[in-house]
Design a protein around this ligand. Structure first.
Ligand code: ADP
Length: 187
């Protein structure tokens, strides 16, 4: 089973993805975590990605597409995975779709975590104090929200045509949202 978590920055994709991945016994693939690890290790990928991440911009598809390809090819992602933080652009969605299609697989569920913008900003600002993420500055938060609306939100319409998008109100407690996700995904 392949599940995609979609939602604005701060909408809780990471938190809910972790809970769901553990419950289903599936790996969670999180491009943001992979990129942050690369930045921390100061690899060539990390040095390239950092230029964009700190400003809240997307890392270019020329860099991300091969990363996604490599993640999908890993043995533990053969039977299913939870995708968190990608696909985020039309070319990324195209790559995910075609890779799964070639394997006779498909995205089974798309969970759209829906949180009002004031709440997103409040969460990310709180997280800045707790975790010190370099892209949780007011400026970068604003850019990330704009980039989400421009590049990623249109993917909802793309997937809605297939009838696999479930809108999940994302402002409740972590437990309540997890329960709602379990109801949708089943098993
Ligand atoms: P958030 O959803 O809170 O913005 P992420 O951890 O998903 O956090 O992403 C952090 C940053 O990493 C993004 O602003 C972007 O620069 C980069 N990034 C992560 N995933 C992708 C992706 N699929 N395509 C392009 N850039 C990405």
């Amino acid at each position: 089973m392949f599940v995609l978590l979609l939602g604005a920055p701060g909408s809780g994709k990471g938190t809910q993805g972790k809970i769901l991945a553990e419950r289903l016994g599936l790996p969670k693939i999180t491009t943001g975590d992979i990129l942050r690890a690369a930045v921390k290790d100061d690899t060539p990928l990390g040095r390239e990605a950092k230029k964009y991440m700190d400003d809240g911009k997307l890392v270019p598809d020329s860099v991300i597409l091969s990363l996604i390809q490599a993640e999908l090819a890993k043995p533990d992602a053969k039977e299913g995975a939870i995708f968190d933080g990608f696909p985020r652009t039309a070319p990324q969605a195209e790559l995910v779709d075609s890779t799964l299609r070639e394997r006779g697989q498909r995205l089974n569920h798309i969970l759209l975590l829906d949180v009002p913008e004031e709440e997103l900003i409040r969460r990310m600002t709180a997280r800045a104090t707790a975790e010190g993420r370099s892209d949780d500055t007011p400026e970068a938060i604003r850019t990330r929200l704009q980039v989400y609306q421009r590049d990623t939100a249109p993917l909802v319409a793309h997937y809605a045509q297939r009838g696999i998008v479930h809108r999940v109100p994302g402002s409740g407690t972590v437990d309540a949202i997890a329960t709602e996700i379990n109801r949708i995904v089943g098993r």
